[in-house]
Design a protein around this ligand. Structure first.
Ligand code: PBG
Length: 298
């Protein structure tokens, strides 16, 4: 709802009228772990269906939740300027990764977060956790966990500034492809809406998430593999950093590269960065790591 209202506000500022169509996704209702027994798109399918059924003109998603495979009936029209991309560690004691007590129990359902944490602290125990932010924070308070890991963007959007959190630097915890960005989708045939919604696009955020998501798609990672990627543009240069890990965090492959950013060919630059990173990681065994991770989960 925050995301939809935020986008409505941006559209209003651009002079367009909006109406919110509240929807509930299967990912909101079904509290089983999000694993390979479930389909992709648990947070986005219901919202996309509203476009197809003409219940809504514009879909607003967390970009991180949007599968990389594009439904041909739909179009990713805009990526607004990205917010906080990093993850944070939430605990009553404001632990950092280094100061967590020996063998602490950490709540996360993300293999990417678990693997990066275990890489630094093999002694920690990872426990699954699901539910919206409020539910997860209640579980922390009832001391089922010593700490939980969350995207900072979620806490910031919900103005949960009172929650004791330690921001994790990108060197310790690289985010998921698309983390902290929103995705605005429409029907591919809705040219009028496409023209209006395009004004919300940030070309730099779009270029960054394109590099991250192309890498994810190239590696066939889906949303479950321990793959982290972060791209951004600074001083006319686009950089891409990517990490692939084994689920236990013991093995870790990293790639970092950059290229001059040119807005007129942003898509080619982003794709080329991702393709080169993929090739380098694949040559070092990334596909095997990802494959093994899949078997671990079954
Ligand atoms: N389905 C989980 C999800 N999808 C997007 C966010 C956070 C906000 C974002 O990354 O844009 C979250 C929660 C989390 O990872 O803590």
């Amino acid at each position: 709802m925050w995301q939809a209202e935020h986008v409505a506000m941006l559209l209003n500022q651009a002079g367009f009228e909006t109406e919110i169509v509240p929807l509930v996704s299967s990912g909101d209702i079904d509290m089983r772990p999000i694993d390979s027994t479930r389909q992709v798109g648990v947070f986005t399918k219901r919202i996309q269906q509203a476009l197809i059924d003409d219940e809504a003109d514009i879909a607003v998603h967390s970009l991180k939740d949007l599968p990389t495979e594009q439904d041909p009936r739909l179009q990713l029209v805009a990526v607004p300027k990205r917010e906080a991309v990093n993850d944070c560690l939430v605990s009553l004691h404001r632990y950092s990764i280094n100061s967590l007590p020996e063998k602490a129990r950490i709540g996360t359902g993300s293999r990417r977060r678990a693997a990066q944490l275990k890489h630094r602290r093999p002694d920690l125990t990872i426990e699954p956790i699901r539910g919206n932010l409020q539910t997860r924070l209640e579980k922390l308070n009832s001391s089922e966990y010593d700490a939980i890991m969350l995207a900072s963007a979620g806490l910031t959007r919900l103005k949960m500034d009172a929650v004791p959190r330690v921001e994790l630097p990108l060197e310790e915890m690289l985010p998921a492809p698309g983390q902290g960005a929103l995705a605005i989708e429409t029907l591919a045939s809705a040219s009028d809406v496409i023209t209006k919604a395009s004004c919300l696009n940030s070309i730099e955020s779009r270029a960054a998430i394109t590099a991250e998501r192309t890498l994810l798609a190239n590696l066939n990672g889906g949303c479950l593999a321990p793959i982290a990627a972060y791209s951004h543009i600074q001083n006319g240069v686009q950089s891409l950093r990517a990490i692939v890990l084994s689920t236990d965090g013991q093995e870790r492959l990293e790639d970092e590269r950059s290229a001059p950013f040119d807005p007129s060919v942003w898509q080619a630059v982003a794709t080329e960065l991702a393709n080169q990173a993929t090739e380098n990681l694949a040559n070092r065994g990334a596909r095997e790591l990802i494959h093994r991770g899949r078997d671990d989960a079954q």
